[in-house]
Design a protein around this ligand. Structure first.
Ligand code: ASP
Length: 439
């Protein structure tokens, strides 16, 4: 028998009828042995996520206000699911306990984590699976970083004894068993950790979309779905803002060589997107896998004749960047120029100081800063095998009347990055997509 870890997002478990879909999915394949739930999400667009209500409860309690006003909304959500599904778990007892803890004063992480905890109790009862509390299996070091090795050792041993279980997402414990959460959206990470610990064949991440699309459908309506993508390609694309998954959820499974399958709870017949560990023989119908862009960058260009032979030039430019507390996104260089791409929001408050510092350190011939730039990543494992890809890309951009201000192929041969004016972002993405996809 194989092992599949299934993680369900908040919209997949927002109410009783979603629980029914989830159970049907779990029962459809007996290999689906470990289930990682999020807290109940929105049932309709103006609805509130339980996790948001829990943070509100915490803030109300801290401000000395009557937190029960918000907490009663949370209570109702769970009670309704329990009664509609005829469950026997004593969820009201757990809700009372949590309310009493809030009264006494608890940490923000503790209260935030209860959304997953309570949903896990309901789901375990509904599926007839054991309930395993991640506080005993997911550990954070004292400084708050995730302790992956200790977690993996303890969790693997536990899971070996419990063949089927529900394990709430989003949290673990720190120090003496105090609850600690990942950042928002962190149940994706919990699912990946469980998949690694049990040596799953596949990690299924069930959400409310049919996987990834080749580009943003707000820019290209009807953008085609991506059937297969590698973890490295995803990293290049998600970095540019195409995230469906929590970024940190990629590492545990990627390292263990376990593929992730993004699926849609509301459309289980759709195969979704498979994120593969390495390049396999899976055919890629297009030269590119996807194209994504992001606004809000500035390009700092430093130009100096014979820069290439001046020892320490690059270091001095980066020293100025570092001294002002900036991190850089890209670093394309030419024979006499060096460009540093930084986020405009980070740069603006220290712009003048940075200019002065670079001038003092490097005495360049010119120093210019272009604001309002977008970076577009065109990503594809197939690009390296297809001569002429760059030529096609730039022809497409010129056809779309887009002025390219920066080019960076990077060292991966997996992506080509171009910098364009913010106003040209949409036209550029449309142009590239049309060229490679609508042949
Ligand atoms: N419930 C948490 C959040 O809303 C974690 C998650 O859903 O992944 O961020």
């Amino acid at each position: 028998m194989g092992k599949i870890v299934v993680k369900f997002g908040g919209s997949s478990l927002s109410e009783a009828k979603q629980f029914q879909k989830v159970r049907a999915i779990v029962e459809m394949n007996p290999d689906r042995c470990y289930v990682v739930p999020s807290a109940p999400g929105k049932r309709f667009s103006e609805d509130e996520k339980v996790t948001d209500l829990l943070y509100k409860t915490f803030r109300a309690a801290q401000a000395g206000e009557d937190f029960r006003v918000v907490f009663s909304k949370i209570r109702e959500r769970y009670m309704e699911i329990k009664s509609q599904l005829n469950l026997s778990v004593e969820i009201e007892k757990y809700l009372d306990e949590i309310e009493a803890e809030v009264e006494k004063g608890v940490t923000e992480d503790y209260i935030a984590s209860r959304g997953e905890y309570l949903n896990g109790l309901l789901l375990a009862d509904y599926l007839g699976y054991a309930f395993l509390d991640p506080k005993d299996m997911i550990f954070f070091a004292d400084n708050g970083t995730f302790d992956s090795e200790r977690t993996n050792t303890v969790m693997s041993a536990k899971l070996a004894q419990v063949p089927r279980a529900v394990i709430p997402g989003f949290y673990g414990s720190i120090r003496n068993g105090e609850i600690h959460t990942f950042s928002r959206g962190g149940s994706d990470i919990s699912g990946a950790i469980v998949a690694r610990a049990c040596g799953a064949d596949i990690y299924e991440n069930w959400t409310d979309v049919n996987g990834f699309l080749m580009t943003d459908p707000r820019i290209v309506p009807g953008a085609k779905p991506i059937r297969h993508i590698t973890y490295r390609e995803l990293r290049e694309l998600s970095y540019m803002g195409a995230a469906v998954l929590h970024e940190d959820s990629v590492f545990p499974v990627h390292r263990a060589g376990i593929p992730t399958n993004i699926r849609n709870t509301n459309e289980p017949e759709n195969d979704g997107t498979i994120i593969m560990h390495g390049v396999t023989d899976e055919p890629n119908p297009y030269v590119i896998t996807g194209v994504a862009g992001k606004k809000g960058f500035s390009i700092v260009s430093v130009e100096k004749a014979m820069m290439n032979s001046e020892v320490g030039f690059g270091r001095k430019v980066l020293q100025a960047i570092e001294e002002l507390g900036l991190s850089f996104e890209h670093l394309p260089t030419g024979i006499d120029t060096m460009c540093v791409v930084v986020s405009t929001a980070q740069l603006t408050p220290v712009k003048e100081k940075l200019v002065k510092r670079i001038m003092d350190l490097t005495s360049p011939d010119t120093l210019t800063i272009h604001d309002n730039m977008s970076i577009i990543a065109t990503v594809g494992r197939g690009m390296v095998h297809n001569p002429g890809t760059a030529a096609r890309l730039f022809t497409a951009l010129s056809r779309a009347h887009v002025n390219v201000r920066m080019i960076d192929q990077g060292s991966s041969e997996l992506s080509i990055l171009v910098g364009v004016d913010d106003n040209d972002l949409e036209a550029a993405i449309r142009g590239i997509y049309e060229e490679f996809v609508r042949e």
